[in-house]
Write a protein that binds this ligand. Structure first.
Ligand SMILES: *[C@@H]1O[C@H](CO)[C@@H](O)[C@H](O)[C@H]1NC(C)=O
Ligand SMILES: *[C@@H]1O[C@H](CO)[C@@H](O)[C@H](O)[C@H]1NC(C)=O
Ligand SMILES: *[C@@H]1O[C@H](CO)[C@@H](O)[C@H](O)[C@H]1NC(C)=O
Ligand SMILES: *[C@@H]1O[C@H](CO)[C@@H](O)[C@H](O)[C@H]1NC(C)=O
Ligand SMILES: *[C@@H]1O[C@H](CO)[C@@H](O)[C@H](O)[C@H]1NC(C)=O
Ligand SMILES: *[C@@H]1O[C@H](CO)[C@@H](O)[C@H](O)[C@H]1NC(C)=O
Length: 794
């Protein structure tokens, strides 16, 4: 039965190859018209003319492009576009062919012969052919000497990088392969952002806003294994710097996988993997992580807020400049002023401007502030701004008085004020009329100008005295907001939509059920619906906020939450891979070798150590078990469900109680009613370690009927350690292909972790040190409770 299923799947994937005897090559005198396609030999990619825009809606762009799309997936995914800047209006007036004149691959009007697009290679023959390779590379070569590549699409990428393609520079020819985002979701012309090798020299990649040349993200330098700012990427990518070229490439490990990297209209670089079971793309990585970190994403006079979708909105008193572009996700045009400012203070001395200010609480103030040195009060700071017609905003605080002239760019809004202590307000200059009639939500803050020579003089003295310190503090405020670790408050209806009405259930546990979903930007999420939570909304928000700022490579990231009425949901990043129990106990899934198991043990220890020791407030997980340890594509473990005790409060205990029948991970103090410390996690971790070693559950039901020699495994470990025989404890599936020293170390740690008294157990930080080989460990005593439990059960 499963075999049939596998075969069916296989046939479905492979069929395009045999079903159509599509060609992958175009030769001289052949043409490719509107409906024709070249398909790569493996059926994965196709080249042809296409129209962008959603297929479900009839409102597609009236323009056609020649490009390469992924053939294996049902959703339209262009990965390369030839004529992005020169779309074709009438498809009947365009064919792809080899130019009889110079052998270039060209799109031309068959009637007039005028060329719409050309590979523009420096050719010496018209005897050339163009082939779409299995890797999705369109190659123009001499038909007599195919090794002589005249031009290839991999050398001229648009917004996507396919596996195996290079991103970087050819040192001899100067060719710079970089990605450039598209104009919007329909128009394939080049857009505002580029991803390229740092032109200033260091071996790193940067994201740049092309018009201003401003770099808003960098990968960090290559250290031989990974780029410093994105350590998780190292396992997949290669950075090459030889005498000819310097580039990054990501080979495809599994030739059946379908994946690509794209520089999105939004200025974020995003990696996609096709997920067969879901029939959809899953985002496997995104940089910068925070949408609002993209430079000038929302254009002038906007505020960017990572917590809402879309993240851009106009400042009060401004309207979207181009609603059409805005709709198509290109918001770089920003907003324009509704009512012109009153510049009377420039015109006639003494007459007062009727303009006022509207204040926006910000995480990040606009660029290019100018500071004024002679100001004592907020009112005076406002006056400085009002006295110059080009001044558009001011901000006054500990740091002094800052004013801005002309366009305001890159303002990031503060929403969860409880997430940060820094309070910065930007006061945007508006015409008085806007302020009088507009205020529907907030009362606009009108600052009436007060001039007082005495105040000014006093202020000057005061300011001179304290100037330096304050300037420093100002800089810190601006820098500290770059990380963007806020979490999103979702509306229930949005989550309902994202999860297709909670239709894909991933699992359920003591706290509720988990559902799969996608955000509007196609980020995959896991939504946990909490059962019967008694906590009030405010408290829930506070707890969730404190958990949301915890980030570590070995912890599953909390993206957001929803709290409406009695509904409480948590939204996590989705990992399309199995949890540790599936890997360990269900032999049909991937097999974990010893090296991997050791790395998993170390990763989990690091994650827990971080929760216990490095966070501002110690977080006890309370429910460590293999089901809560997810492994990603490179088998990096990620601990799920941390902070549940904080979120669930009293209900947590009840939820745990209902699970006790099946557990083997709960420390004895749960039953004895003494104070719970982080050592209960250490105990559970020890139990998990034992299962990692043995590859089977500590409490295996089958074993009640097993032969008498099958002693309760944790007890056997303790006994065997004393006897000095650990090899017999190891999962037979490993075939003794293990490091004996490491097995012994792990057994000792596990046994120390499950000691009866919590004070005898090591802290997770110590466990990490031992696993890293930085610290020695003695043979532990046999835990007494274990002995008692085992005695009564077996
Ligand atoms: C397509 O969309 C544009 C802009 O959104 C709109 O102006 C136009 O009327 C639409 N065309 C059709 C046929 O719906
Ligand atoms: C190639 O060019 C030669 C003359 O330069 C011409 O005679 C020949 O027909 C061309 N070949 C094709 C396939 O157009
Ligand atoms: C074109 O190729 C010829 C011969 O290979 C070479 O001499 C010439 O410099 C090339 N021109 C350009 C612009 O690369
Ligand atoms: C490549 O290597 C050369 C010599 O080792 C070095 O000078 C250069 O900076 C490197 N370039 C990049 C982009 O890493
Ligand atoms: C603020 O003004 C002082 C004095 O004019 C100047 O030294 C300082 O660099 C300015 N700071 C900023 C951030 O513009
Ligand atoms: C207004 O400010 C701008 C920018 O600082 C300056 O160039 C201009 O001279 C000022 N205008 C007046 C009237 O002060």
């Amino acid at each position: 039965m499963p075999l049939v299923l596998v075969l069916l799947l296989f046939v479905r994937i492979i069929s395009p190859l045999h079903a159509t005897s599509a060609r992958d090559t175009i030769s001289p005198s052949e043409t490719l018209g509107g409906g024709d396609e070249l398909v790569s030999g493996n059926g994965k990619y196709k080249l042809g003319f296409f129209q962008t825009g959603s297929e479900s809606s009839r409102n597609t762009s009236s323009y056609w492009y020649l490009g390469i799309r992924i053939n294996r997936v049902p959703t339209m995914t262009p990965v390369w576009v030839a004529n992005g800047d020169d779309p074709i209006a009438d498809l009947t007036a365009a064919v792809l062919t080899i130019s009889p004149d110079d052998g270039n691959l060209v799109v031309l009007n068959p009637v007039t012969g005028s060329i719409i697009w050309s590979t523009q290679a420096n050719t010496t023959t018209n005897d050339t052919i163009a082939t779409l390779s299995d890797g999705g590379n369109l190659v123009l070569q001499k038909s007599l000497d195919p090794s002589d590549v005249l031009w290839q699409s991999f050398d001229h990428p648009t917004s996507c990088l396919l596996p195996g393609a290079k991103l970087g520079r050819d040192k001899l020819t100067g060719l710079n392969r970089r990605l450039v985002s598209r104009k919007n979701s329909i128009n394939q012309a080049h857009g505002a952002y580029s991803l390229e090798l740092d032109p200033t020299g260091p071996s790193q990649f940067v994201l740049v806003e092309i018009n201003s040349g401003i770099t808003y993200w960098s990968s960090g330098e290559w250290n031989g294994q990974f780029f410093n700012s994105i350590p998780d990427m190292g396992t997949y990518s290669e950075f090459v710097n030889n005498s000819r070229e310097v580039y990054l490439t990501t080979p495809l490990k599994d030739s059946n996988a379908v994946a690509y990297l794209s520089l999105e209209v939004s200025g974020q670089a995003r990696s996609f993997i096709w997920y067969e079971q879901l029939q959809d793309w899953v985002t496997s990585a995104v940089q910068p992580k925070s949408q609002c970190d993209v430079y000038a994403l929302c254009g002038p006079y906007t505020v960017c807020d990572d917590n809402v979708i879309p993240s851009c909105s106009c400042m009060k008193g401004f309207s979207i400049k181009s609603p059409k572009d805005w709709e198509l996700e290109d918001r770089t045009g920003g907003c324009i002023r509704n009512t012109p400012l009153d510049c009377s203070s420039n015109k006639a001395m003494g007459s007062m401007s009727t303009d006022g200010f509207y204040s926006i609480p910000c995480f990040r103030l606009p660029q290019n502030a100018q500071n004024t040195t002679v100001v004592a009060s907020e009112g005076e700071c406002a006056q400085v701004c009002l006295s110059n017609c080009s001044c558009t905003a001011y901000s006054f605080g500990d740091y002094g008085c800052y004013v801005w002239h002309d366009e305001l760019l890159n303002v990031k809004q503060q929403q969860h004020s409880d997430l940060t202590n820094t309070k910065v307000e930007l006061n945007v200059r508006l015409a008085g009329k806007e302020l009088k009639f507009g205020g529907n939500h907030r009362r606009p803050m009108l600052v009436w100008v007060v001039t007082s020579a005495a105040v000014a003089l006093f202020g000057l003295v005061l300011l001179l005295m304290i100037w330096r310190n304050r300037t420093k503090r100002y800089c810190r405020i601006l820098n500290s907001v770059q990380g963007g670790n806020g979490i999103v408050a979702f509306r229930f209806i949005d989550l309902q939509h994202a999860t297709k009405s909670f239709s894909v259930k991933l699992g359920s546990g003591g706290f509720g059920s988990v559902y799969k979903g996608f955000l509007a930007d196609s980020t995959a999420i896991a939504v946990k619906m909490l059962d019967g939570i008694g906590q009030g909304e405010k408290q829930f928000r506070a707890e969730v906020s404190s958990i949301g700022i915890i980030q570590h490579i070995n912890l599953v990231k909390l993206i957001g939450f929803c709290s409406e009425g009695n509904k409480r949901l948590l939204v996590y990043e989705y990992l399309p891979y199995h949890s540790l129990d599936v890997h360990l106990f269900q032999s049909s899934i991937t097999f974990l070798n010893w090296k991997t198991r050791y790395q998993v043990a170390l990763g989990v220890a690091r994650g827990l150590a971080y929760l216990h020791e490095s966070c501002r407030e110690c977080i006890i997980h309370c429910d460590i078990k293999p089901q809560n340890i997810l492994l990603d594509a490179s088998f990096t473990p990620k601990i799920a469900d941390f902070g549940m005790a904080k979120v669930m409060k009293r209900d947590f205990n009840r939820a745990l109680t209902t699970m006790r029948g099946t557990i083997g991970y709960l420390a004895p103090e749960w039953l004895s009613g003494v104070a719970i410390t982080s050592k209960i996690d250490v105990y559970s971790y020890g139990m998990v370690l034992l299962e990692i070693i043995s590859g089977r559950r500590n409490t295996s039901e089958q074993c009640t009927s097993c032969a008498g020699d099958d002693v309760y495994f944790p007890l056997r470990v303790a006994n065997n350690l004393l006897k000095g025989d650990v090899l017999g404890l190891v999962d037979p599936k490993l075939c003794e292909d293990v490091s004996l020293e490491e097995v012994e170390r792990v057994c000792k740690i596990a046994c120390w972790c499950i000691q009866d008294k919590d004070s005898d157990r090591p802290a997770m930080g110590e466990v990490v040190q031992i696993l890293e080989g930085r610290r020695e460990v003695d043979v532990p005593p046999v835990p007494k409770i274990l002995q008692a439990v085992a005695g009564s059960h077996y």
